[in-house]
Ligand binder design. Structure first.
Ligand code: ADP
Ligand code: MG
Length: 531
């Protein structure tokens, strides 16, 4: 308990003790995902509060579902969430690397190096790696893009599906590729994923355009529309609900009827307005009164109600339409365009398929059970993220720890030129990079140290330009040229993992005082090892 009055209800740890506690928390968190790294990584069985289970070997999924109290553990979880948001992959690697940077920093602190000198060294090392990337990258041809997308799925799903999903993810990414002000942009959120239980997972496929499991409100409406104008309404075409404190003063027969007729006439006015704007396709977020169906059918308008807001947003992006609050305020400038809009029955369920100028695609995830469909959906989303990155920045790095080893070798050579204690930190950074090949070896049942030394020796003895491509092929269980093996990763993933992990480690190193409002900081728990 602190002797400063304001801090009386807090637990406090300062200086070295704070740092040691924080690093223990980081290592414990990294320990929770360590065994999932690489294609031979183990799965984790996650249980939530309601007893639902999920089997995954995805780092960020494991971490985000862990109930963690410790602020430093939370910082590392943020690193993995940011990694997932920016790069869509590399989440386990980022956390392992951050924890290793901290562990190595602790050893230096014990030798008397001040955390701020370590921080400076780490920054310098990260900048040196960033510069060196240009000597390690290779251009991503179509074939290599496929290989890299495939690598991101290694160990996550059945091998045949990896290949198929990688191809579909690249196809979907191309469908949403656009020229932006700062170069090409492929936004994965423009690809819709529709899940269907029943059938094998290999029946999962991609459809051009946006597909919704919806049926037009009435069979009398056109089933198939050729190019036309579309309106998207953030409301509905309904009679307004009576407010509870409204009293309708019925003074004679026919008052109620005339009130209803007026209401009906107002709705009809809206249908007229839609027709006058030349709209043939209408989608509303809310309901459409039953007696409006006929009027809309007569006007030849294909109409959908209760369309989810997220789907309306996708339609808006594809058609160029602006969402209007209601029909009365609808203006011709709010309208969008479509190429075709049709209803088709798939496996007994009606689907609405819209094709637009701005492309867009829908992935239909299929599988025999909800769990299988969920797995296909998650894997596709991951592969899509990687594919989109690759189309935006088509540069690759060799995987299997090759790049980390090459960077570490470069850093060690560079460290010799740095005077002062920062040199030690640069070397510690290089050692930390090697956590990736070490853990890959560990998870393949190989001796981590011997394997690492073998790969390092192979890179050093290789006199060709491609020395940095030699990494650990965990399937063949030996060092190999990762480009030839097709184990490749987008530059953006590795670069972000390095930057994010360094940033997290630096933040932790800057802390020398931890105040707890409550007693005792629990080390993360709540993650169950399946093995
Ligand atoms: P992350 O969450 O960091 O992406 P993964 O479990 O997806 O973790 O593992 C990614 C690592 O596995 C990368 O370093 C990648 O190069 C490596 N990897 C993938 N396939 C192979 C392979 N066949 N041989 C060796 N390493 C591989
Ligand atoms: Mg991965």
């Amino acid at each position: 308990m602190s002797d400063v009055p304001i801090l009386q209800e807090t637990t406090r740890s300062t200086g070295r003790e704070a740092l040691r506690n924080n690093i223990t928390a980081a290592m414990a968190l990294a320990g929770a995902v360590r065994t999932t790294l690489g294609p031979l990584g183990q799965d984790k069985l996650l249980l939530d509060d309601e007893g639902r289970t999920m089997v995954t070997n995805d780092g960020v999924t494991v971490l985000e579902s862990a109930k963690v109290e410790h602020p430093v553990a939370k910082m590392l979880i943020n690193t993995s969430t940011t990694q997932d948001r920016i790069a869509r992959d590399g989440t386990t690697s980022a956390v392992l690397f951050a924890a290793e940077l901290l562990q190595n920093a602790w050893e230096l602190v014990l030798q008397g190096v001040h955390p701020s000198a370590i921080g400076r060294g780490y920054r310098l090392a990260e900048a040196t790696c960033r510069e060196h990337f240009q000597n390690l990258t290779l251009d991503a041809s179509k074939e290599l893009q496929h290989r890299a997308t495939h690598t991101s799925l290694a160990g996550k799903i059945h091998a045949n599906m990896q290949n198929r999903l990688a191809g579909l993810a690249l196809e979907a990414a191309s469908a949403v590729l656009m020229e932006g002000p700062n170069g090409p942009v492929a936004d994965p959120t423009r690809v819709k994923i529709l899940t269907q239980t029943g059938g094998g997972m290999e029946q999962s496929h991609l459809v051009t355009g946006l597909v919704l499991a919806k049926k037009r409100v009435s069979d009398g409406m056109p089933k198939h529309l050729k190019a036309g104008k579309v309106a998207l309404i953030d409301g509905g075409l309904e009679r307004r609900e009576m407010m509870s404190d409204v009293t309708l003063n019925v003074t004679g027969t026919g008052v109620l009827e005339s009130f209803r007729e007026k209401e009906y006439a107002m709705l009809l006015e809206q249908v007229k307005h839609i027709k006058s704007l030349g709209i043939t396709l209408l989608a509303c977020k809310e309901g459409i009164d039953d007696d409006m169906h006929q009027a809309l059918s007569d006007a030849g308008i294909q109409t959908y109600r209760r369309v989810a807001r997220s789907d309306l947003d996708l339609l808006a992006r594809g058609t160029g339409a602006t969402l209007s609050l209601n029909i009365r305020g609808l203006h011709s400038s709010d309208l969008g365009a479509f190429i075709s809009s049709k209803n088709e029955r798939w496996n007994g369920v009606m689907h609405w398929i819209v094709e637009t100028e701005e492309g867009g695609a829908t992935f239909i995830a299929q599988g025999s059970t909800n769990e299988v469909v969920g797995e296909v959906e998650r894997c596709f989303a991951d592969a899509l993220g990687v594919a989109c990155q690759l189309l935006e920045e088509p540069l690759l790095l060799p995987g299997g720890g090759a790049t980390q080893i090459a960077l570490a070798r470069h850093l060690r050579r560079h460290a010799e030129t740095i005077p002062g204690r920062e040199q030690l930190a640069v070397e510690a950074f290089a050692d930390a990079l090697e956590v990736i090949p070490r853990v890959l070896a560990e998870n393949a049942g190989l001796d981590p140290l011997d394997t690492l030394l073998q790969v390092v020796a192979k890179q050093s003895n290789h006199d060709g330009e491609l020395a940095h491509c030699i990494g650990l092929d965990v399937v063949a269980r030996r060092p190999a040229n990762m480009v030839e093996q097709g184990v490749l990763e987008p530059l953006r993933i590795t670069r972000q993992a390095l930057a994010g992990a360094t940033e997290a480690a630096l933040s932790v190193l800057r802390i020398d005082d931890v105040l707890w409002a409550k007693q005792d900081a629990a080390i993360p728990e709540g993650v169950l090892d399946e093995d």
